[in-house]
Design a protein around this ligand. Structure first.
Ligand code: NAI
Ligand code: MG
Length: 474
């Protein structure tokens, strides 16, 4: 083992203002609610104060979006595409700044915000910019029409990326939007508002309203919103589905997950170990499609777990802005409490807990990479979404047993299969009830590839050509 010298990315590239307003009709305005502080979860240092939108503020934002809809939807697709391409290029130009800001506000390692989040954000805008003038070739008729005003509510785990998933297809199709970022990670959405100004986007096409759950609820319930898109917990997804039921609003929900990452005895072990690590420790495990249940074939259990423990001992936990960091900070005190609670339940229900020796910083919210073996299907850690760097290990003997255990969950967002045999990959993919099945890889994303769930993981698809459907009157 050798020590890594610190390699911090400078935060000087970001200029965080002491306070931010709401972005309505192309301008920053005051919010009627009490200001809310957003903190750096790695240090608990307050970063900025952000306005809270009341239902009156949300109403103003929806009215602005409604007014802009006339202009925006009447533009030829090629004209809308120019704006989206411009936004994509500005994101690329400001990528380093946005990556640092994302890591400061969210706690994720700079290596990920720089190499995964930001490239995917730009790619998403480029991809949907390309569709804006080709909608009639998308398979939804000769002259597919936009829906109107989209109300969008997003979570804190991929703040700017979830914004891109929501806003890019909406605008490409000719809709206007009112988006609410998560209360713990509003800063990159507000930077995006500045980018809209920089790109000369017509006022009202994009509106950003910050605040907590009640602001989100006001967006969802607003009678002049035509489409609701939500990513977050299944619990809130249910509340939103109830609000929208019986209205003409179109709805897509992208909710939780409890994915099985399934390793067969013929898998290349070292490669699988990398995939397992990427599957559960990427973004501190704050990933709806995380491979949080490892299903390993019994015959290779010892060998695989030995390798996995060795690999986990090399993971570096700490300063998100350090370029060597693998695992950053847990996003909030609330999320840390939930991870601690479920891990304690794992122990008390009889599973065996292991973490490598690692020194956690004194301040901020931290949790070590953790492995649970001897997990039974009835344990809470095998059933509930932990949304943290915690892996539950189960075993199987036959492919049929692997399928049965993998599908034994109320969720169905993703799955992973590791095997040398192509025929087995296809056999498994046919039987796994999950929106995405990765084979000999995990957590791979591409704007051209649709994403979404079965069962309690939600409905509708985002990404790809099919992702346009949610924003068109088809
Ligand atoms: P959450 O579902 O409460 O928050 C997601 C977004 O919804 C935030 O912007 C929040 O302000 C908003 N929101 C909350 N209540 C709302 C309501 N009644 N109407 C409209 N919008 C509302 O998720 P939270 O509390 O941050 O995390 C709880 C758990 O949910 C996590 O531990 C994790 O298991 C899961 N989760 C899953 C995510 C995913 O990507 N599938 C993302 C975030 C959380
Ligand atoms: Mg919540």
């Amino acid at each position: 083992m050798f020590e890594y010298a610190p390699a911090p990315e400078s935060r000087d590239i970001v200029d965080i203002k002491p306070s931010y307003g709401l972005f309505v009709n192309g301008e920053f305005v005051d919010g009627g609610g009490p200001g809310l502080k957003t903190v750096n979860p790695a240090t608990e240092e307050p970063l900025a104060e952000v306005a809270t939108a009341t239902s009156d503020d949300v109403d103003r934002a929806v009215q602005a979006a409604r007014k802009a809809f006339g202009v925006w939807s009447a533009l030829p697709g090629a004209e809308r595409a120019k704006y989206l391409f411009r936004i994509a290029r500005i994101i690329q130009e400001r990528a380093r700044e946005l990556a640092v800001l994302e890591s400061l506000d969210n706690g994720k390692p700079i290596r990920e915000s720089r190499d995964v989040d930001l490239p995917l954000v730009a790619a998403h805008f480029f991809y949907y910019a390309g569709w804006a003038d080709k909608l009639r070739y998308a398979g939804f008729g000769d002259n597919p029409r936009p829906l109107g005003v989209a109300g969008q509510v997003i979570p804190w785990n991929f703040p700017l990326l979830m914004l891109a998933w929501k806003i890019a297809p909406a605008l490409a199709c000719g809709n206007t939007v009112v988006l609410k970022p998560a209360e713990t990670t509003p800063l990159t959405a507000l930077a995006f508002a500045e980018i809209c100004q920089q790109a000369d986007l017509p006022p009202g096409v994009v509106n950003i309203v910050t605040g907590a759950g009640d602001t989100g609820a006001a967006v969802v319930a607003h009678p002049d919103v035509d489409k609701v898109a939500f990513t977050g917990s299944t619990e809130v997804g249910r509340v939103i589905a109830r609000t929208v039921a019986g209205t003409n609003k179109k709805l897509t929900l992208e909710l939780g997950g409890k994915a099985a990452n399934i390793v067969f005895e013929d898998a290349p072990i070292d490669q699988a170990v990398e995939g397992i690590v990427n599957g559960i420790f990427f973004n501190q495990g704050h990933v709806c499609c995380a491979g949080s249940r490892l299903l390993v074939q019994e015959s290779i259990q010892e060998e695989l777990l030995d390798s996995l423990r060795r690999r986990m001992a090399t993971l570096r936990v700490g300063d998100p802005l350090d370029k060597n960091t693998d695992i950053g900070a847990i996003n909030s005190a609330e999320q840390l409490a939930k991870i601690r609670d479920l891990s304690a339940a794992g122990e008390s229900e009889g599973a065996e807990r292991w973490s490598p020796a690692c020194e956690l910083p004194q301040r901020g919210f931290w949790f070590p990479p953790t492995l649970f073996t001897g997990v039974a299907q009835s344990h809470r850690i095998a059933r509930e979404e932990i949304f943290g760097p915690v892996l539950s290990v189960l075993t199987f003997r036959t492919p049929a047993e692997a399928v049965e255990k993998a599908n034994n969950t109320p969720y169905g967002l993703s799955a992973g299969v590791w095997t040398e045999k192509g025929s087995r990959i296809l056999w498994m993919a046919d039987r796994l009830r999950a929106g995405v099945v990765w084979a000999n890889t995990f957590n791979k994303f591409d704007p051209a590839s649709p994403f979404g769930g079965y069962k309690e993981s939600g409905y509708g698809r985002e990404g790809g050509k099919i992702g346009l459907e949610a924003y068109l009157d088809v």
